[in-house]
Design a protein around this ligand. Structure first.
Ligand code: GTR
Length: 332
């Protein structure tokens, strides 16, 4: 090798090494996040804002790319992708997490919370913290529980007729989230519970595969379900918090500082999402009513009929959660 070759080759290697070095120093990490809801929905917006905070705090080293609107499939698929590290954040309902970590199912029991403020008090307090930890510690989860989000109360809607009481639900095919507790709950209420992904629901209602479903006002509105199922009855039979989980495969490779930062912004997201939720519930309800949907409400005496009807669900699943349910009920 003459001197000129050495300079050219050596120089190239050195330049290459320093390029790699500087690229490494500024290596940018883009975490993928997924949600079944579209941009602007409270859960999506809360995670997008979290991403901006991460970006600012790390001078652009870490950011979040959001895949909204079921782009990465339904919630079952999102859980699986987070478990293998194909995505980092999955914002899902506790509904589909129950079959993965059974202890979480206590939040999936019908009428377990007195009302939405009660649920929020529970998730903000020690029980909420313990349940996130249980999710993280469960060997079956392969996920880190980051924070809770508010999803209000779920109520029944359908395309056939107004539901004014239990008797009206008889024979109606109602889509429920994929968890046996929910199918049993709908069956106990007199309908025919059919487990199905959220991603298939609109078509199923349109083609008459199911007569209706149940959800909170923002999901009913945002999914355009109110256009095909115009009777909405505020049964509020399920008050299920949502949860933001993070891939353990990614977590295991992170520094202690990045983990602490992530936990901090996630805790803030829990409160920020709640404010977004309260505002969205109102605008969704306004839009639903404006479109001519019949929204039926129930007195507490009428609601008791629904509460009594789900006793078989409590008989079947409730015993193992007795101690926890007593603690939940004690939260004022
Ligand atoms: C929504 C919830 C979603 C999903 C959906 C469903 O209220 O935000 O996470 O659980 O309900 O019914 O599948």
């Amino acid at each position: 090798m003459d001197r000129r070759d050495f300079l050219v080759n050596g120089g190239a290697t050195l330049a290459g090494a320093s390029l790699v070095g500087s690229a490494w120093a500024q290596a940018k990490t883009v975490w993928k996040a997924s949600d079944v809801h579209p941009l602007g929905y409270p859960t999506v917006e809360a995670v997008v804002r979290m991403g901006k905070k991460l970006e600012t705090a790390t001078q652009g080293r870490i950011s979040i790319q959001m895949f909204p609107s079921m782009q990465l499939g339904g919630e079952k698929e999102m859980i699986e992708q987070a478990q293998v590290g194909a995505l980092q954040f999955a914002r899902i309902s506790v509904g589909p997490m129950g079959p993965v970590v059974d202890e979480l199912n206590v939040f999936n029991m019908p009428f377990v919370f007195r009302d939405v403020p009660h649920m929020n008090k529970v998730i903000d307090g020690p029980i909420g913290k313990e349940m996130l930890q249980k999710l993280t510690d469960a060997p079956t989860s392969r996920l880190i529980g980051l924070c809770w989000m508010d999803a209000g109360a779920r109520s029944v809607y359908n395309s056939k007729k107004p539901i004014r009481g239990l008797a009206d639900l008889k024979g109606l095919k109602i889509r429920m989230m994929g968890n046996p507790i929910f199918v049993d709950t709908m069956n106990a209420l007199g309908g025919n519970g059919i487990a199905m992904g959220f991603d298939q629901l609109y078509n199923a209602m349109q083609t008459g595969v199911v007569d209706g479903a149940e959800n909170n006002p923002p999901s009913y509105e945002s999914g355009k379900h109110f256009q095909v199922a115009k009777h909405y009855s505020l049964t509020e039979h399920l008050i299920i918090p949502e949860i933001l989980v993070f891939s353990k495969a990614t977590w295991d490779r992170m520094s202690a500082e990045d983990r602490a930062l992530l936990m901090k912004v996630a805790g803030e997201a829990q409160q920020e999402q709640r404010a977004l939720w309260v505002a969205r519930e109102k605008t969704s309800m306004d839009e639903i009513k404006k479109s001519g949907v019949e929204v039926l409400t129930f007195s507490s005496a009428q609601k008791k009929e629904f509460q009594d009807a789900v006793k078989p669900v409590w008989d079947k699943y409730g015993a193992k959660y007795t101690a926890l349910v007593q603690r939940i009920q004690a939260v004022q």
